[in-house]
Design a protein around this ligand. Structure first.
Ligand SMILES: [Zn+2]
Length: 627
């Protein structure tokens, strides 16, 4: 009867494996030897019913009509049968009910007694026994069960669960707490411990100290590391696309999307890429880009939003205009829709490094695909944490209100908007500007022909994101053809490959063009250039110290050096030597237009520097103190 096809279709696959069976509970037991007994794939109660020929038919998922052991033998009566249900959330040992009046009151415990099985035998849940001195095994077992749910992960040293919450049924990452773990682990496993006085293993709740150990277990955790959430299929390095949602151990990403919404050609060619690119450009049709490279940068931002989970680092995109009402915030929202179907966090730009670090940490902990710094009123300053957020795959910091240090992934696309403001200093090489230049006199009065563009984009997100992925996928499939003599962007090589090269391959302008422009036009860089030129003119390729500069300053009245120094390092006609010294120290290694500031051997026991021209490195290896 075991091979009866009516029964093998049951949910747990009864035909595999055997089950260890203990004898019915005796008065005293020996202490348990094993911490962890995995969940059973064979239901011993069902097996036993089957063996005794009591199972009649399967009537539903986990539900069977069985012959009642107490009603059999009463011939002549119409036997309506009894119902046995497999264990579930509410009934950990399963349930039993006979439809006849005389069996009223007989339940699962009576059935188990009749079959000589215990409640423990009947439970399909794994069992975790807290044996003293084996904390590591208990923690391991609990983590294994949490990992099996596919909802529990470790992220930045914390245990987090993914779940859907709120009005929009949005996927959120929630840090686990002792109470939440207690509830989950009670649901997932039967917990017990050995009661020495009663000489019996008895059920218990997961003890708090084990829960604390799970939350703190950073080094040997069994939970997979979650690097981020992707709201669309993920591109693989070979150009193929992973369209299965859920956790992908290959890249640590949790795919949260409906695969039916996306359609990417199996093996897209250049013509597919061209068509897809035109589709993206059509979305941008009404934005008043200043030049073709700005349109290209906007398309690149769309590609970047779509593939951001794949990139270790990416620059920030900055939509810039001269007048309000040019559509820059709207453009940011359209780009953001390529990273997420939901509204993304929009935050004011931080005022200082401290605020910036706190803000970025809290943002990255929640792993949003995109964040927008809207309507900047000042230039984008090179806060240290912002620089790290853009050029490093992870950033570390202390969690607010705790003394815990965390390391969070920076896999979030950063966008910013502002009128007449842009990146300065170190930010110029980390930001891709997109310039908008409306032709109307009062752009705020401009009437858009497609006022519902953003909702159109959100509605057709699947198709548009598929287009973005098609452009990149086709370029990868074509063997990643690289544009010759393209200026390189050091910190963003993969970004340059996936979000820049495909557009050049399709004959579009370099999306990074404005980035190089702002690097060249940056006021700080212009000043550096002026200083380095003046220092070279004054000292040739010989060494100089702060004292030597001060002497020259005092002695000459019309030189490029004096002008440059006066602008930046003087107060009341005096050269501020400390500021000069600090500037030199901070600029070692700076190279502008072929001139480079390098350290030289100390000169009369003082720090000395030299300006080196490109190609001079080998000619004058090091300064030896005589000139
Ligand atoms: Zn009965």
């Amino acid at each position: 009867m075991t091979s009866d096809p009516r029964f093998v279709s049951s949910e747990r696959g009864f035909d595999s494996g055997a089950v260890s069976r203990s004898s019915p509970t005796s008065r005293t037991e020996k202490p348990p030897l094993r911490v962890y007994s995995p969940g059973k794939i064979v239901n011993p109660v069902f097996e036993e019913l089957l063996r005794r020929g009591l199972v009649r038919r399967r009537t539903g998922p986990g539900k069977y009509e069985v012959a009642c052991p107490w009603c059999t033998g009463n011939e002549g009566e119409l036997d309506p049968g009894a119902v046995y249900r497999e264990p579930d959330e509410e009934h950990p040992a399963g349930s039993f009910r006979c439809l006849r009046g005389r069996c009223a009151g007989k339940g699962i415990d009576n059935l188990l007694g009749f079959l000589s099985l215990t409640r423990e035998d009947a439970s399909l849940k794994p069992r975790i026994c807290t044996i003293p001195g084996r904390v590591n095994q208990v923690v391991e077992a609990a983590e294994q069960e949490l990992a099996r749910t596919g909802r529990y992960f470790r992220r930045s040293g914390e245990v987090v669960s993914v779940s859907r919450r709120g009005a929009g049924n949005r996927l959120t990452l929630t840090p686990a707490t002792q109470p939440s773990l207690m509830i989950e682990l009670t649901r997932l496993a039967d917990w017990c411990h050995y009661d020495g006085r009663r000489r019996k293993t008895v059920p218990c709740d997961p003890p708090l100290r084990y829960l604390a150990a799970i939350l703190d277990n950073q080094d040997s955790s069994r939970l997979p590391e979650l690097s981020g959430v992707s709201r669309q299929p993920v591109l693989r390095p070979d150009g193929s696309v992973r369209t299965t949602p859920g956790f992908d151990p290959e890249n640590g990403l949790y795919g949260d999307f409906d695969p039916k919404e996306f359609a990417i050609p199996e093996n897209p060619g250049k013509s597919d890429a061209e068509a897809a690119c035109r589709e993206l450009e059509a979305v941008l049709g009404e934005f008043p880009f200043e030049a073709p490279c700005d349109r290209s940068a906007a398309v690149s931002a769309m590609l970047c939003a779509a593939v951001r989970p794949r990139l270790p680092t990416a620059p920030m995109y900055h939509a810039k205009a001269h007048l309000p009402g040019s559509g820059k915030s709207y453009l940011a929202s359209v780009i953001a829709a390529f990273g997420s179907p939901d509204a993304v966090p929009v935050v004011p730009f931080p005022k200082d490094e401290e605020e910036c670090r706190k803000l970025l940490l809290s943002i990255f902990l929640e792993a949003p695909p995109v964040v927008v710094f809207d309507n900047l009123t000042e230039d984008i300053r090179a806060f240290k944490s912002l620089c790290i957020a853009l050029t490093e795959p992870a950033m570390g910091g202390r969690l607010l209100g705790t003394n815990r240090s965390v390391d969070v992934s920076t896999k979030t696309l950063l966008l910013s908007t502002g009128n007449n403001v842009g990146p300065v200093a170190d930010m110029t090489r980390r930001v891709v500007p997109i310039c908008l230049a409306p032709k109307d006199e009062i752009p705020a009065n401009h009437v858009f022909r497609r006022p519902g563009l953003l909702s159109d984009v959100r509605r057709e997100r699947g198709r548009l994101v598929s287009s973005a992925l098609t452009v990149v996928s086709a370029w990868l499939r074509a063997g990643s053809p690289r544009s010759p003599s393209l200026p390189s962007v050091n910190s963003f090589q993969e970004w340059s490959s996936l979000c820049r090269e495909p557009l050049l391959w399709l004959g579009r302008e370099d999306p990074a063009q404005r980035m190089f422009e702002s690097m060249r036009e940056d006021p700080e860089r212009l000043f550096d250039n002026r200083m380095l030129t003046a220092l070279r003119e004054t000292f040739q390729n010989g060494p100089f110290t702060v004292k030597m500069i001060a002497d020259r300053f005092a002695g000459s009245f019309d030189s490029g050096l004096r002008d440059a120094l006066e602008d930046e390092f003087c107060s009341r006609g005096e050269l501020n030597r400390r500021r000069m010294g600090w500037w030199l120290k901070s600029k070692v290694g700076t190279r502008v237009d072929g001139r480079k500031l390098v350290k030289s051997a100390p000169w009369q026991k003082q720090l000395a520097y030299r300006i080196e021209l490109a190609g001079e490195e080998r000619k004058s290896p090091s300064f030896c103190g005589s000139r």
